[in-house]
Ligand binder design. Sequence first.
Ligand code: SF4
Ligand code: SF4
Length: 217
Amino acid sequence: MSVPESLFFFLDPNRCIGCESCVQACSECDTHKGHSMIHLERVNRYESPQTIPVVCMHCDSPTCAEVCPADAIKRTEDGVVQTARKPRCIACSNCVLACPFGVPKMNTDYELMMKCDMCYDRTSEGKRPMCATVCPSQALFFGTHAEIQALRPRSRSLNTFQFGRQTIHTKVQMMVPREAPVMHIDVAAAWHDPQGEDEQDDPMLSAALFELPVLSN
Ligand code: SF4
Ligand code: SF4
């Protein structure tokens, strides 16, 4: 079985109300033993209640798999990047450090990297991922492009992101306002010295300037 070609996972952070239904639903899945593979992040707890559900974006060329020395992370032909295979994973955390979206987590109890596999047992049969079945605001939506366009005429989907010099295409689609400008975000800025004196010549910081999202699909 494989995920039907017409069906996509759409992520619309603007619609997230932080109810954590997705986290609870994900943690009830037997395939990952009570652990939620979806993470709810806060944009800025002091300034806004806005939350963002974080799932694996299922990259076309997954960085997590490229840096894995044990070849433990496989991508299926239909583009779903699977969680690490237990017999192969050596718990080195390379993938945790390398993923540009901050998705994989190291489970030290199992000495195993665990991450979202888009509920492959369900989506490969055309069913919605668990999180998408419970999300009350449809911030997590599984369906066709035609369905999401009918539901969100003022939004568009994109699946191309730029991190420094790395361009990443993903299977998961991010919904953004149709007229939203391209944004370049320097996520390394928080590391900089407020006086702005030291970082200019620091090659490590210079190499860590990320930009997202950039292009539409
Ligand atoms: S989002 Fe991260 S964990 Fe998911 S496929 Fe891409 S690199 Fe791997
Ligand atoms: S933690 Fe496991 S899956 Fe991740 S890179 Fe290391 S061996 Fe591969």
